[in-house]
Design a protein around this ligand. Structure first.
Ligand SMILES: [Zn+2]
Length: 382
């Protein structure tokens, strides 16, 4: 079978020509996920190409061949009629189950962009090749969803990929269809799905993880089962959970909200806290882990999720302020309760009550009083 992507002018077919010992077996399932990797080798080094990855995977790891189907090589630039493009190596037949995401290999296509994007900057020729390849794969009907390696089950700790593949595949030069299909009302869980991956496979980009959590109050996102039906399109119009503070006392009713915060950390971040409504070092570490997890998920921050407040976490912080929505806002609200302030609810919506509590906290901590929770305000919280 010949695919559209094979006629890209920057593509070279090296199937059967790279280091190997034996064959990968044939896939027994259709490809649903296009999984984006980087090589974690600096892009201009001699070893940053398909041939070197193949040698490493075969000789050092003992694999049958290189672990990716397609490899983009920034150091090999090809001049095409559309401009300079990074070379794309077709390394393994699309129908081969290569090794790159463990239990998910069967249905995942491995695409690696050579380089270490924790430090390297991505150049235009590489971005253009990513977009060209992505557009062709869509035409060829290979895969339905894009994910990064660390969004695949079991790999959340991986600093792979750290570039923003969501933005790159929508690069303006790409031929990716711009009119996604509407969001369905329900969704059936498939192998490997998480709320996180689902939130990014709706096509329209409008459904967040928080929407899914709100729309599926009885569903434990850590225990999704293949075939399980969840509510999908209604997430946006689902009413907010009622979570009003229970009295008008000036200081917060505290403990019950700290309990809610602890329960939430347990459910969504596997924190394993005792639900005692008491703020101590374990709850603090769990809150930092949740924040690190969200910074990784939402901003590809590449943090080690260790529950310790350090310079890397500090510099990865994005500022939240009034009208922000989502899990980071919940962490802010939970922390305010823990520290004796009353943000008037633990609902993930940064409203007037949360704004007022943040300002009170900033005043007490001699921070500039602007209601914006950025690096300095977070630092004082932790
Ligand atoms: Zn990877």
């Amino acid at each position: 079978m010949t695919y559209t992507f094979q006629s890209l002018p920057q593509l070279i077919d090296l199937r059967g020509k790279l280091a190997s010992k034996g064959d990968y077996s044939k896939r027994t399932r259709a490809i649903t996920h296009r999984v984006w990797h980087h090589s974690l080798t600096k892009k201009h080094l001699a070893g940053s190409d398909a041939a070197s990855f193949a040698a490493y995977h075969v000789n050092a790891l003992g694999w049958p061949g290189v672990g990716y189907s397609l490899i983009i090589e920034p150091k090999n630039v090809i001049q095409t009629s559309k401009g300079p493009r990074a070379r794309i190596v077709y390394a393994n037949d699309i129908d081969r189950r290569t090794y790159h995401v463990g239990n998910s290999n069967q249905f995942s296509l491995g695409i690696c962009v050579a380089g270490d994007y924790r430090y390297d900057t991505m150049d235009d020729a590489t971005i253009a090749s990513i977009a060209d390849l992505h557009a062709s794969l869509i035409k060829d009907n290979i895969g339905k969803y894009d994910t990064s390696h660390n969004e695949m089950p079991g790999y959340s700790w991986k600093a792979c990929c750290v570039y923003d593949y969501r933005k790159l595949v929508k690069w303006e030069g790409s031929l990716t269809p711009s009119n996604p299909t509407p969001i369905p009302d329900t969704y059936i869980i498939q192998e490997g799905d998480t709320f996180w991956s689902i939130a990014h496979k709706d096509g329209a980009g409008g459904v967040t993880v928080n929407d899914l959590i709100k729309a599926n109050p009885g569903v434990d996102p850590t225990k999704l089962k293949v075939g399980q039906k969840i509510l999908f399109g209604k997430a946006k119009v689902q009413s907010k959970p009622v979570n009003k503070p229970n009295s008008s006392t000036s200081k917060p009713s505290g403990n019950s909200y700290i309990k809610k915060f602890q329960q939430w950390l347990n459910t969504f971040y596997k924190a394993d806290l005792v639900i005692d409504g008491v703020y101590g070092p374990k709850t603090k570490a769990a809150a930092i882990k949740a924040l690190q997890t969200e910074l990784n998920r939402q901003f590809n921050a590449g943090l080690v999720v260790d529950g310790k407040w350090g310079p890397k976490t500090h510099s990865a912080i994005r500022t939240a302020s009034k009208r922000a929505e989502g899990n980071i806002t919940r962490i802010i609200q939970g922390m305010l309760y823990c520290l004796g302030y009353d943000p008037k609810g633990f609902d993930g919506d940064f409203g007037n009550g949360c704004d007022a509590a943040v300002r009170e906290f900033q005043d007490d901590e001699n921070l500039s009083i602007d209601g914006r929770v950025g690096k300095n305000t977070f630092s004082k919280m932790f």
